[in-house]
Design a protein around this ligand. Structure first.
Ligand SMILES: *[C@@H]1O[C@H](CO)[C@@H](O)[C@H](O)[C@H]1NC(C)=O
Ligand SMILES: *[C@@H]1O[C@H](CO)[C@@H](O)[C@H](O)[C@H]1NC(C)=O
Ligand SMILES: *[C@@H]1O[C@H](CO)[C@@H](O)[C@H](O)[C@H]1NC(C)=O
Length: 453
């Protein structure tokens, strides 16, 4: 095997089988090297002699010894030259393997764009896509699109690739269903499927070229600021995936013991929502901090922020009343949360907790999260979320941890060290019993600050 066997430019089908052969040769060489290289054999002769056990205590055997030594010496020299041959061999194999691997990488990189050019449906044996009849609509959403000349310098790329969650590839049949629609027509009513895909990691979802169904008898929203505290008309949305088919029903579910307790009363704008985060001058005694107290900590420099898992958007509404613009992330579990937030005149973002926050670093004055970031989030993922919060906050920005819940011992053992590790500074910290859960559960409310430097 020499450099004249260099596989550059060979047909991919051929070098696939050649690769197997090369790998076999390389592994055999490594094995040989291991056998010869193991034990007292070493490049260093002195070491080898000194470690060899000779019967030197027996008199009259000196000649035998020395001939034994001579013989062994000869053998050693033979072995060493063999070893050096093997090394050369191995080096050649490694070089070949490197070439092969970079060739594979090059071919893989060139596959998506070359396949985007043809419109045939033979993608099932494509190792990267294999979407079968999903093409060509899948190609529109996954293939790179060329930018006009002149843009590549500023963007650092001459093509733009639509982002879709890598995990989409794991759920072929769901994605097939999601992407089966008439281009230019009405989108299927599949909000539940879409959200399920997102939760499985297919986030962001691929774009579709269709029109979502409009509600019949749509009524335009109320004017601001009335919109913030008025329940929107039922005709403002399509109710397809929900158990409730009206806002009246969503408001009534606060009395339904089968509904998940979190946010079960948050559509009732005349109820508990009305008093949340108000009540100033409580002196930070309870877990319910007031917005005014928190804003006072920063003397009017809190202007823009984010509420993670903000339910029906009330935190954003109260902040807006104080001239602070807050974007509210929410999923649509069991209710049309995003539509509701929007109808109040607030900005909803449909993101799961696994999604990297779509803000540039060092931009936000405040991030708030009530209940949502808690011990149900797998520990490693929670740490990532908290680092992400740290990332998007500006220096001196505030992270309002609102009713974070966990088991008592978890707090000091797991979560306090986590907050410290991430680097937040503690401005306010309140731990209390979680009366509505088991006796060992606690709530934490805290105001953490991203250090100025
Ligand atoms: C060992 O080799 C040395 C020189 O290479 C020689 O002088 C000596 O006679 C040899 N001994 C035996 C026992 O062959
Ligand atoms: C919000 O801004 C408006 C216009 O600048 C101002 O008139 C109003 O007093 C501000 N409200 C609060 C609560 O700061
Ligand atoms: C956590 O540690 C603090 C200070 O060390 C202590 O006062 C507190 O009781 C501990 N909390 C729990 C829930 O164990």
């Amino acid at each position: 095997m020499g450099s004249e066997d260099h596989p550059k430019g060979v047909d991919p089908r051929r070098w696939r089988s050649q690769l197997k052969l090369f790998l076999l040769i390389v592994s055999t060489n490594i094995l040989t090297l291991y056998i010869f290289g193991a034990g007292p054999f070493d490049n260093n002769k002195d070491n080898w002699y000194s470690s060899l056990q000779l019967p030197s205590s027996i008199g009259g055997l000196f000649d035998t010894q020395s001939s034994l030594l001579n013989a062994t010496h000869v053998r050693l020299e033979a072995t060493e030259s063999q070893l050096s041959d093997l090394r050369t061999h191995l080096h050649t194999s490694n070089t070949l393997l490197d070439t092969l691997l970079s060739e594979i990488a090059r071919l893989r990189d060139s596959l998506p764009s070359s396949h985007a050019q043809d419109n045939s449906n033979d993608d099932d044996d494509d190792p990267l896509f294999g979407w079968g009849e999903l093409m060509p609509e899948m190609k529109v959403v996954v293939a790179p699109h060329k930018l006009p000349l002149g843009y590549s310098h500023a963007f650092g790329t001459d093509e733009i690739v639509p982002p879709i969650g890598h995990a989409c590839r794991l759920f072929k049949s769901e994605l097939r269903q999601y992407m089966s629609y008439k281009v230019g027509g009405e989108c299927p009513s599949d909000d539940a499927l879409a959200q399920q895909l997102m939760l499985k990691g297919c986030e962001p979802l691929p774009r579709r070229r269709c029109h979502p169904k409009s509600p019949s008898n749509y009524v335009e929203p109320h004017a601001f600021p009335q919109s913030m505290w008025t329940t929107p008309p039922d005709t403002s949305i399509v109710w397809d995936p929900y158990r409730c088919k009206s806002y009246g029903c969503l408001i009534d579910r606060k009395n339904d013991p089968t509904v998940h307790p979190d946010c079960k009363d948050c559509f009732d704008l005349a109820g508990r929502e009305k008093s949340r985060w108000l009540g100033s001058n409580r002196g930070w005694r309870g877990l319910d901090y007031s917005i005014d107290d928190v804003l006072t900590l920063k003397h009017g420099t809190i202007r823009i922020g984010l509420d993670i898992g903000g339910g029906s958007g009330t935190f954003g509404a109260r902040m807006r009343e104080r001239n602070v613009t807050v974007v509210t992330t929410s999923m649509n579990f069991d209710g049309p949360f995003n539509s509701f937030i929007a109808s109040r005149g607030l900005v909803p973002l449909h993101l799961t907790v696994a999604h990297r926050l779509p803000f540039f670093q060092g931009t936000l004055d405040i991030v708030h999260s009530m209940h949502v970031l808690s011990n149900w989030v797998p520990e490693v993922m929670l740490e990532q979320v908290l680092y992400d919060v740290y990332r998007v906050l500006r220096p001196g920005g505030l992270f309002w941890v609102d009713h974070f819940f966990c088991l008592g011992p978890q707090l000091n053992r797991t979560y306090v060290p986590m907050f410290v590790r991430i680097g937040f500074r503690q401005l306010r910290w309140t731990v209390g019993r979680k009366a509505d859960k088991g006796p060992h559960e606690v709530y934490l409310s805290a105001i953490l600050e991203k250090p100025m430097f």
